[in-house]
Design a protein around this ligand. Structure first.
Ligand code: PMT
Length: 401
């Protein structure tokens, strides 16, 4: 790491709080400076003195301390670090974060920060599995909070399952990789990537979808992030975990995806790998459509979805300087893709054959053609990870020119 990085560590109240001491030690060994906030509950498990001895800094704990506010106000504290880490993140801290509470120094700092946040949850397995915690987790992920763990195993309370704080070395590694990611050729550049299918509701329980797994788009998001870019991944429903270091926004329909994409602007570059449904159901039912006894079929009317790629390519104020589309074709792949390049006004288009025998949709390999206004490059059949790596490198070269 070129210049010393710093972490603001918020230590929540849980039996795993003692592991935060080891985390501070590992961070310090790796050249990362730590400043800590010890919650009131956290101070039942570790003492301010031990935290301060390891950080070499004053430990903050009380929102209403006039001395603390005079030395460093909570707003300043919230922005004093390159990354905010919550470890252990208890069920209570996660609930506060997800619901925007600000009634102590830890929650106020988390509300006031404009720095990225990584949480390492730790709690009893039943608390972890509770729908409220899972709801809060989903909200936090949607808000762009990074999550490490929890691990599965024997717990201090005698139960077994997910809920154990990740090992300090694993949390430290995530922190180091976050900092090193931000140092590649795309450091300082921001990207949005769309991935996965969209689900277009018919009624509350049924939808129209397609076979996209999200693998290609997720791999591109991961590779751009590895090259240092700040990446927002706008994802339709998939089974994939968010790549490390990437902010994922989960959406369902094409309309949601367009909104999330517009919200992610401005960015330097955008890659549209999602398989967006071209149509949605115009007469979407509020209640589950009943099967008719006489065999009558429901009357589904389709409406055209907005074209996200074309909308962003033609954006008057916030067009990214590089817009890369994909073209999923089953015949005359290159010609059709070239037409899409012109029609959708993007800079490059990555054409792939999605005929069922290619296994492109859902599979792990892809044969693509990179098409720009100046020519066509045929890439060999390779893993989607390698397509992503090569495409990310081309993007980095483009920005480096
Ligand atoms: O997800 P995987 O299983 O890994 O599969 C990868 C993939 C085959 C989905 C991917 O490689 C791919 O080809 N993605 C684009 C799929 C697609 O919808 O292609 P299209 O030719 O219909 O659309 C052309 C471009 O317009 C695409 O960039 C698409 O994201 C975009 N589009 C399309 C319709 C729409 N309403 N809005 C859009 O933004």
């Amino acid at each position: 790491m070129s210049q010393q990085k710093s972490v603001l560590l918020i230590i929540g109240g849980g039996i795993a709080a003692y592991k935060s001491l080891e985390l501070i030690r590992l961070l310090s060994k790796g050249g990362v400076k730590t400043r800590a906030i010890l919650t009131e509950a956290g101070s039942q498990f570790v003492t301010p003195l031990s935290v301060s001895a390891l950080t070499g800094e004053k430990v903050f704990g009380d929102l209403f301390s006039l001395t603390d506010e005079a030395e460093m106000g909570h707003i300043e504290l919230s922005r004093s670090a390159d990354l905010v880490v919550v470890a252990p993140a208890t069920a209570d801290l996660m609930a506060k974060m997800a619901n925007g509470h600000a009634n102590d120094l830890a929650s106020t700092t988390l509300m006031a920060t404009d720095t990225e946040v990584l949480i390492a949850p730790a709690m009893n397995v039943r608390m972890w599995d509770h729908p409220a915690t899972q709801r809060n987790l989903a909200t936090l992920k949607q808000d762009g909070v990074r999550v490490v763990g929890p691990d599965e195993g024997d717990m201090a309370c005698g139960e077994f399952g997910p809920g154990r704080l990740s090992e300090p070395a694993v949390i430290a590694d995530q922190i180091f990789s976050y900092f090193t990611q931000k140092a590649g050729p795309l450091a300082g550049k921001s990207f949005l990537v769309t991935a996965g299918p969209t689900h277009e509701p018919i009624d509350p329980v049924r939808y129209i979808a397609n076979r996209s797994s999200g693998k290609q788009g997720y791999a591109i998001a991961a590779e751009l992030s590895k090259l240092g870019a700040d990446v927002t991944l706008i994802s339709g429903p998939t089974r994939l975990d968010a790549p490390a270091g990437v902010t994922r926004v989960e959406v369902e329909s094409a309309t949601d995806m367009l909104l999330a994409t517009e919200r992610a602007l401005p960015v330097d570059g955008a890659v549209f790998a999602a398989a967006v449904a071209d149509w949605r159901v115009a007469n979407q039912a509020d209640q589950k459509i009943k099967k008719q006894s006489g065999g009558d079929l429901p009357d589904l009317a389709l409406a055209e979805n907005p074209d996200i790629l074309a909308t962003i390519s033609n954006h008057a104020e916030k067009r990214p300087s590089l817009v890369v589309g994909f073209a999923a074709e089953t015949q005359t792949v290159i010609e059709n893709a070239q037409k899409k390049l012109a029609k959708k006004a993007c800079d490059w288009i990555v054409a792939n054959d999605v005929s069922p025998e290619t296994g492109t949709f859902g599979g792990d390999q892809n044969r693509v053609h990179l098409i720009s206004k100046t020519g066509v490059e045929d890439w060999p059949l390779q893993s989607k990870a390698d397509v992503a790596k090569n495409l990310a490198q081309r993007i980095a070269d483009h920005f480096g020119e």
